[in-house]
Design a protein around this ligand. Sequence first.
Ligand code: TYD
Length: 223
Amino acid sequence: MTPRRAREGSGLWVTFEGGDGSGKTTQAGLLQQWLQASGRSVVRTREPGGTDVGRLVRDIVLHHRGDIAPRAEALLYAADRAHHIATVVRPALERGDVVIQDRYLDSSVAYQGAGRVLDPAEIRELSLWATAGALPDLTVLLDLDPHSARARLDADDKPFDRLEAERGEFHERVRAAFLELAAAEPDRFLVLEAARPVDELAAAVRARVESLLDAQGAVGPNA
Ligand code: TYD
């Protein structure tokens, strides 16, 4: 069963998901610019690492030298998430802000579930427990085949983090898991082919966000 979004407030919560190198950060930035230009108050954030505590967790999960047991890795991401939602995301939504977030629980289901081969349903439940059931209004999935993604990361010239350094088949499983999640919740997800031109993708994201904001306006206090 899909839990209802367990939160108050009139804000809008948009998350971006996809493999490493799929262009989430670019699209999140363009959406932020557009919303701010139209006078909206926007909070731009990310997981892991959207808080001071989260930055410590991020350093462990991405840069620890040596193995981390898969269940420990899952708990670290969930701990980051619990603190982030409680101290950044929920308060922003309660103020009525738009929250634009790089990665959320779908990343855990895809990376720790399918990637690390833990039970995806358990991973989802863990995150929902951590956040008291918070689910975004919209999740944009930027879908890209792992070969093209790897080429983009190689061109970037930054050293790979622990997850990026995983083998190709890991990233194939992650991709398939994201697509399955999107198919299971078509109302929450907007799936876009990340190889399309940046402007086209941005326009598709804007169109969906605009319709969600219009729908909120229609039932909101000022309607
Ligand atoms: P990412 O947003 O890609 O950071 P950067 O853009 O700086 O590389 O996220 C970092 C990595 O963490 C990415 O490889 C996916 C992974 N990840 C998980 O494995 N589980 C999670 O729950 C989250 C949020 C991220």
